[in-house]
Write a protein that binds this ligand. Sequence first.
Ligand code: GDP
Ligand code: MG
Length: 703
Amino acid sequence: MAGKLKVALVGNPNSGKTSLFNQLTGLNQQTANFPGVTVERHTGFCKMSDGSIAEITDLPGMYSLYPRSLDERIVAEFLLNHRSKDCPDVVVVVADATNLKRGLLLLTQIVDIGLPVVLALNMMDQAAKAGINYDLHKMQQLLGVRVIPTNARTGYGVDTLKQALLQTHTATQQPVYALDNDVLAVVKELREKTGVDNDYEAYQLLEQPVIPSFLSDDEKEIVQSLKKKYNLFPGKYHGAETIQRYGFIQDLLDQVTIRKADEEWKRYTFRLDRILTHRIYGYVIFLFILLLIFQSIFSWATLPMDWIDTLFASLSNYLSNNLPEGPLTKLLADGIVPGIGGIVMFVPQIAILFAFISILEESGYMARVVFIMDKIMRKFGLNGRSVVPLMSGVACAIPAILSTRMIDNWKERLITILVTPFMSCSARIPVFTILIALIIPEETVLGVFNLQGLTLMGLYLLGFFAAIGSAWVLKKLLRSAERSYLLLELPPYRMPRWNNVGITIFDKTRSFVVEAGKIILAISIVLWVLSSYGPSSQMKEAEMRARGEAAELQLAEDELQDKIAAYQLEQSYAGKIGKAIEPIIKPLGYDWKIGIALLTSFAAREVFVGTMATIYSIGSRADDENTIKSRMQQEINPDTGGPRFTFATGLSLLLFYTFAMQCMSTLAVVYRETQSWKWPLLQLVFMSALAYVSALVAYQYFA
Ligand code: GDP
Ligand code: MG
């Protein structure tokens, strides 16, 4: 063989590719991007037993050759481009032995495109623990490829795998998927015109959702015209193909599985499942668990949230008292520290929520929830797995959107990503609380229900209905030929592994703090600059005016400072921007001050209360909500002479904050997950429009 042996590691996400890669290459590795895209390509070198060197590539995880993401498309093209100098000589399909079906689906596809394959049956230790055992010899015969049991954590089987790499050749087996006769005609024509040497490979070139970029312009032309001539579209035969492949795999597993997981837990699991997935009790229990979770989030988190709030308030106080006076101190004490405090405050809620979610997942219950919710969610273009992101969205949309990676149907995942921000996240709580306190009387209805609490719940429900309503609309609008199946194995119930729970909590909280933190920090600096500076003559004049009035009223020093701040705010750049947008928001019942808060909270909605506090000249001194509240209550609308925050204005703001997409960090995460600006922009425009219209209707109706 001329040159190095090129080996590619392919497999489902989390099957152990990277662990195996590390076992094979040690520290001998490097990272580069695939040409033209930001998908990482890890390569490394491995010394073989015959002294030669093999070049190993670790590829992003994939479920099948039909890509659902950019990552997967890059891998699919990498495997389909047989003429490239990078085309692997051997593909190692890494499969999780405890969950073989999906790994084998990918394996049969790669065998069918004619690449030499070795199967690394990984996680053999886990399989053994679960009591699963396979007849490897038989598996090898039926698949026509070498099967090597491995444990990528300990390195067990790696030497045997290396041996096998040196002896691999293309399987001589019949393809697993027999192409339809009418497809065979197209495939034959394509093969004649382009010299592709394998039926299924040619078929893949025709069925890829995007015509592979490695084809020459002429070849793309040929593919295009053949698709047209024979009326092919991506996904036309996926259903048939998946059914055939799984049929083959089920057959194979029936023959090679020697010992299934032992039966004792099965009986136990079966009994529990009869209740937990019951047509009625299943839902009742789930609803009850949901209630418990929300109740805990709100009751347990209050205390630590108060601590954090106080801590940051005193830190900010400490800084302004102990650092030399000047703009830098002000920026730190009034801008950055409160800004960071505003993020860290939500950590307890997020931690509690993810503690619950991860316990439910670890115990095996979440798979049942996915199962019972699937049918309902499907009506709205979502899928059973969307339950987790939607639930997480109540704490924060960022970790929620990250958790949509479990949804493998692209359309359903996209819809889940797009509607999740409608779920009322914890950043809306401070806004809701203060506005509700302003406009809803503290009354009890029907003896037990607190009117303010009911309003809060109503807003959460409104967000939820907006989410599933828009999901339904998106389902009708988005075209997708990809059909979706819920391939779900119900795992046994077991005690959660607590260190996994800990890791999940840490991971999700960190991603929230870091993702949201970056943006909020930047915004709080920008906001601070914009509201502290303005045309200098006007700022001076504002100060003089405040001093004059203060002298007349004989105000104390700190009241004077508040007055100066308030007058200067109006002249600041932020004030000018607020005034510029006033005509647009006036029909909603807002003035320029609310306008500033609205604008700043497009970066992060929780900024609203802070901005209001600054605007109503409370400064960073007291974080006491009563003070903000009473200032807001006293605010006069010069047009009516009555209070600014009437029921109509308050309601209009509440609706605005329920629907509007006011979180730059979420938009950034959506961009990262969808790899396109199209979706975050669509989300921003749609949600803002809905927010504007509902706020408008509410204000005009009640004013
Ligand atoms: P990748 O997504 O395919 O690259 O998978 P990783 O190599 O990142 O592995 C996912 C997880 O499975 C990691 O926590 C590994 O430590 C673990 N893992 C990988 N191989 C094995 C194995 O053979 N046995 C066990 N018990 N864990 C494994
Ligand atoms: Mg990996």
